[in-house]
Design a protein around this ligand. Structure first.
Ligand SMILES: [Zn+2]
Ligand SMILES: [Zn+2]
Length: 320
């Protein structure tokens, strides 16, 4: 179970309440629990999944922890918190155990057709979790598949340029079979869900641009995200955060591909491929570089890293 499914399980009350005082070995330097004792057994903590506050005004005192394959929520209950004191009295409480559930089941609660479910299961299994970007990628693929079927074409005859390097890339690689490895997918990361699709047989290229404006994050989302990044979030904050993300996922899942993307025809240009097997040595670092990636500068060939260093130095010294 990953962090996403853990938070979903808590939100859905898929937990087993324990609510017992326990003894904890705590590392005061890194300020995390190392193990706890429950039913005469020592549970070593292998991972702190999340560190949160149980009260806004108090410091971090709650931990979602992984011990072997089990996940627990453990917190320190302060008797009387005093900011000025280094050590505050209280006791540890083992609050609940999180029950294991199949993550994709969460999204199947509503009735949907089997095909959609199977597709989601396939990409979620490969990617490791369900997230909004994965669904955007899946919607894009659904759109492309519709066009391929209309044209009576094949997946193997398309080339894609993706303008982001998010989880959407996994959906594309799985569902369309255009991968970075087979060079039918290229990433030019601009942080946008834009995709250029080249239908090689027809010599037609289309630009898919993400248009779903409700996807832009609201103030509540941004403020919780800020709290989480600053280690200032309560357990309720992180659960609410996951809930907002899940709302995005379910909304996206129920939209038709044409609600998610604008499509326009763009001028055809044969995509550039890497010629496999053609390598050269960088004049500076002596590393072997794909020939098409070399940069020719003042009579020598450089890799992009070395070229950028030379260029920066030249600009710094104000020489060309
Ligand atoms: Zn993801
Ligand atoms: Zn180099």
């Amino acid at each position: 179970m990953d962090r996403y499914s853990i938070l979903r399980s808590i939100n859905l009350d898929l937990i087993e309440y324990i609510q017992k005082k326990v003894r904890v070995k705590f590392d005061y330097r890194s300020r995390v629990p190392l193990c706890f004792y429950f039913k005469d057994k020592c549970y070593w903590i292998h991972e702190i999944v999340l560190a949160v506050k149980t009260y806004k005004e108090l410091p971090i005192n709650g931990f979602i922890v992984r011990s072997n394959k089990e996940i627990f929520f453990l917190y320190f209950h302060f008797f009387n918190f005093n900011k000025k004191k280094v050590f505050n009295e209280g006791n540890w409480v083992l609050s609940y155990k999180i029950l294991n559930n199949d993550e994709t089941m969460y999204f199947y609660r509503e009735e949907r057709n089997m095909l959609v479910n199977m597709t989601l299961k396939r990409i979620a299994d490969f990617h490791g979790h369900v997230c909004p970007e994965l669904i955007i990628g899946a919607k894009f693929c659904e759109y492309v598949m519709q066009l391929i079927n209309q044209k009576g074409s094949k997946n193997s005859n398309i080339f894609i340029i993706a303008e982001n390097s998010t989880s959407a890339i996994d959906a594309i690689q799985i569902l369309l079979g255009t991968t970075l490895g087979n060079q039918r997918l290229k990433i030019i990361d601009k942080g946008k869900h834009n995709y250029l699709v080249y239908f090689l047989n027809e010599m037609v290229s289309l630009k898919f641009a993400f248009k779903y404006s409700s996807f832009i994050d609201g103030i509540d989302f941004i403020s919780i995200e800020k709290k989480i990044l600053e280690n200032n979030a309560t357990i309720d904050d992180v659960i609410q955060y996951q809930d907002l993300i899940d709302n995005k996922i379910t909304t996206l899942m129920n939209l038709s591909p044409s609600d998610v993307f604008n499509v326009e025809k763009i001028q055809w240009k044969e995509p550039e491929y890497e010629i496999s097997g053609s390598y050269f040595m960088c004049s500076s670092c002596k590393e072997i570089v794909l020939r098409s990636k070399l940069i020719y500068y003042k009579g020598k060939f450089y890799c992009s890293t070395c070229f950028n260093k030379i260029k920066c130095r030249a600009e710094y010294l104000n020489i060309q």
